[in-house]
Design a binder for this molecule. Sequence first.
Ligand code: PLP
Length: 450
Amino acid sequence: MNDLLPAYERPVLVRHARGAMNKFSRAASMQPATELDGVPYDRLLEAYGSPLFAFSERTLVQTYRQLEDAFATRWPRVRIAWSYKTNYLDGICRLLHQQGAWAEVVSGFEYDKAVRNGVPESRIHFNGPAKSEADLDKAFRGDAIVHLDHFDELALAERVARRLGVRPGVALRLNLATDGVPAWTRFGFNLESGEALSAVRRLIAGDVLQLVGLHCHIGTFIPEVGPYQQAARKLALFANLLRADHGITVDFLDLGGGFASHNTLKAQYLPGTEASPTFARYAEAIVDGLEALDVDPLERPTLVLETGRALVDDAGHLVTTVVANKRLPDGRRALVLDAGVNSLFTAFWYKHDVVPTAPVHGIPEPTILYGPLCMNIDCMRDTLQFPPMSPGEHLVFHHVGAYNVTQWMQFITYRPAVCLVGQDGQHALLRRRETLDDVAGCEELPAWIG
Ligand SMILES: Cc1ncc(COP(=O)(O)O)c(C=O)c1O
């Protein structure tokens, strides 16, 4: 074979799809993403292997400041409580706590992680529908803020508080209807049915818990601001009622999380980078709703935000390697990658932005990206226009910082390493790649198997 001749590639017919061309020319070829904050992806892969989650400290900190500024310029007292379930890697949590974030947790495990990360317990908001007696005991001893979810929990919380001889401050989680967002009615006390008011009366009658806050979390990835205006207004009106009828003035109103990140849902037409509202728009809507509060401006309650995905998604990237390149019977090109939905759980919901890490040449054509799972569910991107790529080349998926390094599965392969690129170009591991000992370490062999 003559090395000077280019390798033969079988010719393909490319069916013209709407959008592949426009009146100016063929669609611009895909821009590669070669580096993260000045550090080439290739260097990160050399250091930590493939696949690899890589986080940008700069993006994380900038996004936090943007969120804080958007609200602090519009409301006098704002608290961001970092939603641990979104990403509870210690390095990520600590960076956010260094910026001033409190913690929002939904289990004893997350609570312990926040404490280990140095969060004072009095700065923990404790949500979740299944707190145990031991969880409540720990939270009340630590002076954390428990958000009550249902009547059974209310009664259990009273028992624990009486046993400890304390009168803890608690919040009520409410669920409420907003236009355009299916209500998450499984969590908290329903507002419209009167259940929330019954909970207040029951709590007052118990004479052991102090109501210090109202909370709602209307859903997740809500790319509209209207529902937030409505939710804030409903919380404000309920707070007015508590004040007028029961003499209770709450310290905080907590609007939960749910802001959309820059991802694109599978059903969305416009890319998330264009469609998702800015923090400023969410803030305007919420503050507009809170104007219904009937309190002296100097006594306005603290506005708590439990923003998860919109804070951390953009900071995370998943770098993968092409393992093989094949053609499916329907004519589509397929790229087999070394990372699948076991690592990128959010591939089930989003059309993630994905690009090569080096310039590539060749005609883009309909391509499916999938991973190593040997199961049909393993689809990282279903049919996108993608340039040809060869084994050993790399791709990077963007906006993957939320819910992947917590919801990933140890299934078929090891969970990959996670690294952080610092603000001045240094980089380090946040979590090493798993090993066989990590995975099999919890297993036991019954004596009769030997
Ligand atoms: C109570 C609560 N707060 C905050 C969040 C974070 O939500 P998001 O990541 O949509 O901002 C969640 C996520 O489900 C939640 O359940």
